[in-house]
Write a protein that binds this ligand. Structure first.
Ligand code: UDP
Length: 384
């Protein structure tokens, strides 16, 4: 029997994303594999998404990422409008076997609110589960709505009510992992890279300070709030400081960015991103939060670049200390570990990715979870 899945990627970015976009990258990686396994995919995203699917649903013409960090009273309608479109589509048809939802908080709440006639739903938790304690602490999915994490460490921190809805975790994957063990080594440069949105949790301020103290060249790549290019941020002026990540950048990161030893290059995409990471001596993750899934960690391994990181969140699950990276609980030690990372074998990193983080493996695991969620939902509908 063919399974039809409504994949709800949300309204924030197109799929695949133009550059930055953790969740959208995961969806773009998962969907082709699911379709190869015979799953029909109806994608709920924005009109500008180009990922090949069987059908599409959209409310917005393009990604609403620019609005994401606006004050709540300006932004709260965006995700709801998107979900409204999804619910309308679900009401109008009866061929959806399961909804796979990726929209933070409101996706979960909407699926739970739909009642027993709606299809079962699997909601993937892509974020830190210390967030939304009001929702996660009181969740009632009616036996129809279940969740999965993106690492075991992430789920271990979940409130009990949320854990009771969990069907386990699925590690993130990257298309770069396919054949990574057969890809020839790339000549390494001197630089270290931090790839990710610039944000206190990702710790670019710490990385930049250590780069100057210890003396290694550091490239920061990723957006600052909604700004992808240094020129865009400069042109935005003082008004941009309303955005917390812009304030963080100006106050804590920019003082270390000298354009020489420490550079911020904005968002990088495609080949440019892959070359930047593959040519780096190490990828640095000076985390100040419990990184839930670590797409960029997995990508770094697939590109043959060892990971140097604070041992928080999913890092100890993804990286083996002394083999594919170096981890520490002491953030001040990170600078020395960056210098030591050159001793690690980049082939080990690529091999690890090719074995553990392929799209095929992720899709197989999700199909298992879809079946499990459908069985659980069917059981909950049976009369006692
Ligand atoms: N990314 C990118 N260009 C950038 C910065 C990030 O393409 O300049 C991508 C990165 O490769 C990864 C995603 O954005 O696929 C970030 O995902 P991650 O899970 O690491 O971080 P988060 O979702 O927490 O922002």
């Amino acid at each position: 029997m063919t399974l039809t899945v409504l994949m709800n990627a949300g309204p924030w970015l197109s799929v695949p994303p133009p550059g930055y976009g953790g969740i959208e990258n995961v969806v773009a990686t998962l969907v082709p594999e699911l379709r190869r396994l015979g799953v029909r995919v109806v994608l709920a995203s924005v009109e500008s998404s180009t990922l090949p699917v069987d059908e599409r649903i959209s409310v917005f013409p393009d990604g609403q990422f620019h609005a994401l960090q606006r004050p709540y009273n300006q932004v709260c309608g965006v995700a709801q409008a998107h979900l409204h479109g999804v619910v309308r589509a679900l009401r109008a048809r009866d061929d959806i076997d399961l909804v796979h939802d990726h929209v933070e908080a409101v996706g979960l709440a909407t699926m739970a609110a739909l009642g027993p006639d709606a299809p079962p739903a699997l909601h993937t938790l892509h974020w830190d589960l210390a967030k939304h304690p009001e929702l996660y602490g009181n969740l009632d999915g009616g036996g129809r709505v279940h969740v999965n994490g993106v690492s075991a460490a992430q789920l271990a921190r979940a409130p009990r009510a949320l854990r009771e809805h969990s069907v386990g975790h699925v590690h993130l994957s990257t298309p770069l992992a396919v054949g990574a063990d057969r890809r020839p080594a790339v000549a390494k440069g001197e630089h270290v890279v931090i790839l990710g949105r610039i944000n206190p949790g990702k710790g670019q301020d710490l990385g930049a300070r250590l780069a100057r103290q210890v003396g290694f060249p550091l490239v920061l790549a990723g957006p600052v709030g909604p700004y992808h290019r240094p020129e865009e941020l400069a042109a935005a002026g003082d008004e941009a400081r309303q955005n917390p990540d812009v304030r963080f950048f100006h106050d804590h990161v920019a003082p270390h960015v000298d354009g020489d030893l420490v550079r911020w290059v904005g968002t990088v995409a495609g080949r440019e991103r892959d070359d930047l990471v593959a040519g780096a001596r190490a990828s640095l993750f000076p985390l100040r939060w419990e990184e839930p899934g670590g797409t960029a960690v997995v990508e770094s391994l697939a590109l043959g670049t060892p990971v140097v990181a604070t041992a928080r969140g999913c890092l100890p699950e993804l990286v083996e200390h002394g083999r594919t990276g170096l981890l520490t609980a002491d953030e001040e030690e990170l600078g020395d570990l960056v210098l030591a990372a050159g001793l690690l074998d980049e082939d080990e990193c690529r091999r690890e990715a090719a074995v553990r983080f392929t799209p095929e493996l992720m899709a197989q695991r999700y199909v298992e979870l879809y079946q499990r969620v459908r069985r659980l939902a069917a059981r909950s509908l049976q009369p006692a």
